[in-house]
Design a protein. Structure first.
Length: 191
């Protein structure tokens, strides 16, 4: 079993990546293989709704975009996907939404390869906007027919400056519980 963890923050090694890595560490302890994908320095182009993925040979997005190279394969290979974003003006970053929109279109045009995979979101906020961002990311999982594990609270933590999220113990504990629940769910789904 494998979980793909995606940090949708444009900041390398920032608060979002800390939360994703925290969850991935717990998943590894639970015997789940993990992979971290950071979108920092990786300017993924947005979906242009061209419909090319429905007509393409093979499962792929037809846009030429080096930043998106190999991403579809990573989603297909993963049994679970963990997506993180900081809050930007009350919503997820453009980077993560560009990636999810493109993966979502390709999936739906190719047998819905995301169906029945586990999907979970984590969100970092300076002060507010986390609930909408959390819901926004979960909408992607739900419309993709993915199964969303829960935790003891919404999967959010607070921090603005790089590393500040590490002092939000409740947020870290919530993400760790999420990861344990995701591991349990993956074992149930995997049989």
């Amino acid at each position: 079993m494998k979980v793909l963890g995606i940090s949708g923050s444009p900041r390398k090694d920032g608060n979002t990546q800390i939360l994703i890595q925290t969850a991935l560490d717990v998943l590894q302890e639970e015997g789940i293989e993990t992979e971290l994908l950071s979108l920092a320095g990786r300017p993924v182009k947005p979906c242009v709704a061209c419909g090319g993925c429905a007509k393409a040979e093979g499962i792929r997005c037809v846009q030429e975009d080096p930043a998106f190279e190999g991403i579809i394969d990573r989603f297909i290979e993963a049994d679970g996907v963990l997506v993180g974003s900081p809050v930007y003006f009350g919503s997820a970053t453009p980077e993560i939404m560009a990636l999810l929109d493109r993966v979502g279109y390709v999936s739906r045009s190719n047998g819905n390869f995301l169906r029945r995979k586990a999907g979970a979101a984590v969100v970092v906020a300076r002060r507010a906007g986390q609930n909408f961002t959390f819901a926004q990311l979960n909408y992607f999982f739900l419309i993709s027919e993915m199964i969303v594990p829960g935790s003891t609270y919404w999967n959010i933590a607070f921090g603005r400056e790089k590393g500040q999220v590490a002092s939000d113990q409740e947020g870290l504990d919530t993400v760790k519980t999420l990861a344990k629940n995701m591991a349990w769910l993956l074992r149930k789904l995997g049989g």
